[in-house]
Design a protein around this ligand. Sequence first.
Ligand code: ADP
Ligand code: MG
Length: 296
Amino acid sequence: MNLSQLGEFGLIEKISKLIGKPSGKVKLGIGDDCAVLELPCSTTQFRINDQSKNYQLITTDALVEGVHFHKNESYFHLGQKAMLANVSDISAMGGWPTFAVVSIGLSEHQNIRDVKQLYKGMLMAAKQHGIQIVGGDTVAAPQMIISITLLGEVEKECLVTRSGAKIGDVICVTGCFGGPAAKKFRTTTIQCRINEARSIATKGIASSMIDSSDGLVRSVREICKASKVDALVKAEAVPRAKVATLDQALYGGEEYELVFTCRRTKVPKFAKVVGEIVAKGKGNLADFRAGFDHFK
Ligand code: ADP
Ligand code: MG
């Protein structure tokens, strides 16, 4: 079998089986926006002033020229996006980012000015979120690759995973969808919903949460898979970016909004309800197509 048959998510499942069940200090391994580790922490946020009550979070995300961006795009924006895509995964667990390492793959023809712009963008996003870049790796590659690994922390009681959605919960989203898909490859500055995510986490609003980097429908599917439930998605209720078609809003991805579930009485002002969690087999997820896959 080749990858075009198996697909990105089929492959991750196979890799996950090879790696096996996490143990020891690993509270959560493969399958969420970040891995969650019981390791000593070093920072605190406003809620609890005791870092021994935190989990370490770790996530990684790569951008590849020709796949996620074109040559001649704004390298400053690209740098920002590479960092914020990782911040988004930390936010989706309810946490805040701390330290990053950055690996870059470059061809020998690479203009140094572009690399500087890339780092200026990354550093601006890092500064904005209190992240220190503490290392990385530099290698030759046929086209540009940027891979960032980001650490973060979250108070243990504030951790939000993909797996807590309950029947009767509503499905909520921040922002609007389909903008990046409508503009194709254009690297616009992404909105990072860390403030909303921290509010959701510290107030204990959400039963589950994920970011929408692989598209809205995919995010709802992931929550349902992890929570062993189904969903009734109201496509017409999905907030759409001005230029986006319904299809782009449902499957587009590359936008870093929050998708979360909560009790109907707890929906925050900044969120819109786009559906409901129902028992397995009672939803309409099967009516939606699979969405973006890197290999299919
Ligand atoms: P996200 O879009 O939130 O970054 P992904 O869809 O990329 O998440 O990945 C889903 C899950 O699979 C995550 O928990 C991620 O850590 C894990 N994963 C993805 N690729 C690999 C890989 N090559 N090896 C091990 N785990 C992986
Ligand atoms: Mg994610």
